[in-house]
Ligand binder design. Sequence first.
Ligand code: SF4
Ligand code: MG
Length: 327
Amino acid sequence: SDNLLRIRDLKVHFPIRQSSFGDTSGLLKAVDGVDLEIERGESVALVGESGSGKSTLGAAVVGMQKPTSGHIVFDGNEYGNGRANARRRMRDIQIVFQDPVSALNPRMDVGESIAEPLAIHGVGSREDRRHRVSELLELVGLNPQHADRKPNMFSGGQRQRIVIARAIALQPKLLVLDEPVSALDVSIRSQILNLLLELQQRFGLSYLFISHDLSVVRHFADRVAVMYLGRLAETGRTADVFSNPAHPYTEALLSAVPLPDPKAQRTRQRVILQGDLPSPANPPSGCRFSTRCPIAEPICRETSPSLLPVRPMQQAACHLRVPALPI
Ligand code: SF4
Ligand code: MG
């Protein structure tokens, strides 16, 4: 297959003080056995509440967080296999965070910030890099003549464009986008999303798009992976998951997303989840969603469901929603 990224049984556990969560394990299982693939040119959205482990998963993909166990294979190379691979991965995978203000050094001209990864990796001469910065500013819809300005001369949306310019400077293959529009005004979110889509088309980029908001990813991602307490609850093509969610948690998340058709909106049942997200240091036994699931049965508290096919191209981890017969 044409996988750019393949994640197998990934776990990221953190030791914690017993008192902070009042639990007994002493381990915060932020990511606890995740399988996920991203193909070349594909965008996959990783969706879940804050505390679901999605940012930790993103950090592991970028190499900022060391996994406890499991495998990450990028472009045919397994993580942890030698320094040359790690260095190449640092160029090929970039991350964009939520807050463009803290992402840019206020004392540096934006052009310098954009050129920084080029300089670090010794790409081109000073002059080459200046040209490349102009090109990059133009690519993200900014005036190349503003390269010598400081970040505070730009709006939030413009600063996120600068951050994106820096992220694509080294021509990466994969961008991890961790809530890239959540800190921006609602009115400019779609502009940034459109810019990301344009850049993807143009350069064949792959995206791992992390978001707490399903409505943001609807027109953006090819596939969606829904995360709950360190595990995947459901994965599938975006259109399929939106029109036919298989997991009760996905149904609940989707029921909070406004529908384009007001008539459909009125007839739809809003699913209100009971209680808060349990602590990942002390997750419920069996299905992790069992404490909040509106249709839970006794088996749900006893056995943990695996992610299994429910329809072609769609998988869910739910005892009651997976067909008894193979597809
Ligand atoms: Fe709900 Fe049970 Fe399915 Fe978990 S396995 S989502 S508790 S029905
Ligand atoms: Mg986060």
